[in-house]
Write a protein that binds this ligand. Sequence first.
Ligand SMILES: [Mg+2]
Length: 269
Amino acid sequence: MTWRDATETLLKPLITSERVGLITDMDGTLAPIVPNPDDAYPTERSKKLLAQLSEHLTLVAAVSGRAVADLHERVNLPGLVYSGNHGLERWENDKVVVAPMVLEYENALQKAKAAVTDIAPEGVMIEDKGATLSVHYRNAAIPAEINLLFEPKLRDIADKHNLRLFSGRKVFELRPPLDIDKGTVFKQLIEENNLDAAIYIGDDTTDADALKMARQLRDDKQCHAVGMGVQSDDTPSVVLISADCLADGVEGVEDFLEWFLKSVMASVI
Ligand SMILES: [Mg+2]
């Protein structure tokens, strides 16, 4: 169902509860997907709405697979909590704070980076994000060889260096084998801020962990958590299956944020 069908039911506690949080992904959620990930920025409309929402909600947080310094620079709003590298790092007091366990994998990540660089097909871009490694293949010269030839080799490299391999929208990621993901970050933010209700918005495979977590927390009556998926032409099916409701693209997310802001403001008058 679309979020508009849920304003009087599932989404209602977001307006009526006392301590409410909004936790959102950036790429494909606030920022349109573009050929070069370096050119992706949240839309002006979404930034304006997030800034206003942060004045009315207990928590507004941006969670991303990007390095947290990169995420912070792109969203660039005060008063938000920033969690990058899928929760492996936070932006605190103007600097990067990395989860202590990550440091043990620095060496492995650098070795894996050198190995991936050696075998990367034409058009594939390797991004060193410190705590993780991203391998972007949106611009690969021969797309057919990515899954058939390149992915098995990546898997071997990940295994050899005791890292985990993940795949997203035209991207592979090598990460330390730690049980930290967008789902555990979502839960942690809810607990830290003692939230009565919270919504998570995301578009990709890694966001599905948080969408599933929303259902679990709601079932456990721990928090009225809601998972919103962002729908586009290439939305992974796990997102569609795990989401409680859907928004239609980045523009649909903006429309939701506008409704959220207006409703929250109307409820306090
Ligand atoms: Mg995304």
